[in-house]
Design a binder for this molecule. Structure first.
Ligand code: ZN
Ligand code: ZN
Length: 300
């Protein structure tokens, strides 16, 4: 990860590295208006609750689908497929990929491949979703840009060798459609609109806020070469991803909340899964890494 300041590096940047205030986007980096229509319709779909009603059972379903699928995105798409920060057997690997795809955030190879580029080029001109290219662009514009539709397969060859993952990456909507159909079959239109669609849209913005907000708002503990920040609120909403400055500093760690008070629900769940042998090789930063390269060496 070229952009990360390694522990023990002699020349450190200031608390916020010196970077241009803004990058201009190229002519082909525009929202694809036709391609964005399904994304727009997905945002309109939860409005169906005004016709179907929204009760306690829909609220419970919405929260349940949000938390479950956020776990698959953070623990699966992010910490496993993008960073290989722990180990899974082939069956669990596929389960994580199917769970992540059920959030309708494209396929695991697409998601993790682009994310590897984000770490490689964080906040430089080659970072395709740096907020320095525009806040809303970093939040969701780049996702509906034709230029970035393709999977950067060269970045994710290690997982692209699995045919089941290539299949899922190609037909990435299947798990999300199956989940939507199941909600409708079991709970009717109420469950479809108030459970499936509403939680899917909330999941979008929970995930996207890490790319946008977490490079703009929050605190910095570590002197990284990017603008990443930490936020307890975003960590709560994203099951631990809000410790984004920690994560950019030491991305190979499964654990992103580095201290006991930094709530990291995804890591806690992975830890529980490790006790029953479903995951293994979870990683945490060593003490010398935790102590080095602090913005404020006095602060905890
Ligand atoms: Zn990452
Ligand atoms: Zn980032």
């Amino acid at each position: 990860m070229a952009s990360v300041i390694r522990p023990g590096t002699a020349a450190l940047p200031a608390p916020l590295p010196e970077l241009p205030a803004r990058y201009e986007r190229a002519a082909d980096e525009r929202v694809n208006r036709v391609g964005a229509i399904p994304f727009l319709l997905m945002h309109l779909a939860p409005l169906g609750v005004f016709f179907t009603g929204f009760g306690w059972s829909e609220l419970a379903l919405c929260v349940g689908l949000y938390v479950t699928r956020m776990f698959f995105i953070t623990a699966g798409y992010h910490r496993y497929f993008a960073h290989r920060s722990y180990k899974l057997g082939r069956g669990m690997q596929l389960l994580m990929a199917i769970g992540g795809a059920s959030a309708a955030q494209k396929g695991p190879l697409w998601w993790a491949g682009h994310h590897r580029d984000h770490h490689r080029y964080s906040d430089t001109e080659r970072d395709i979703h740096s907020p320095k290219r525009g806040f809303w662009w970093s939040h969701m514009g780049w996702i509906v840009c034709r230029k970035y539709d393709a999977t950067p397969i060269h970045r994710i060859k290690d997982f692209a060798k699995y045919p089941e993952l290539r299949f899922l990456n190609r037909y990435h909507l299947l798990p999300a459609i199956a989940l939507g159909v199941a909600c409708f079959a079991l709970g009717g239109a109420k469950a479809l609109f108030g459970g499936f669609f509403l939680s899917t849209v909330l999941l979008y913005h929970g995930t996207f806020s890490i790319n946008s907000l977490m490079h703009v708002f929050g605190t910095r503990r570590y002197r990284t070469a990017d603008t990443s920040r930490n936020s307890m609120l975003l960590a709560l909403l994203t099951l631990g991803e809000g410790w984004h400055n920690n994560h950019h500093y030491y991305p190979s760690s499964t654990r992103q909340g580095f201290f006991w008070w930094e709530l990291d629900i995804s890591y806690a769940l992975l830890k529980a899964l490790s006790w029953v042998g479903l995951v293994r090789g979870l990683r945490s930063p060593p003490a010398r890494v935790l102590a080095a390269n602090r913005v404020d060496p006095e602060a905890s």
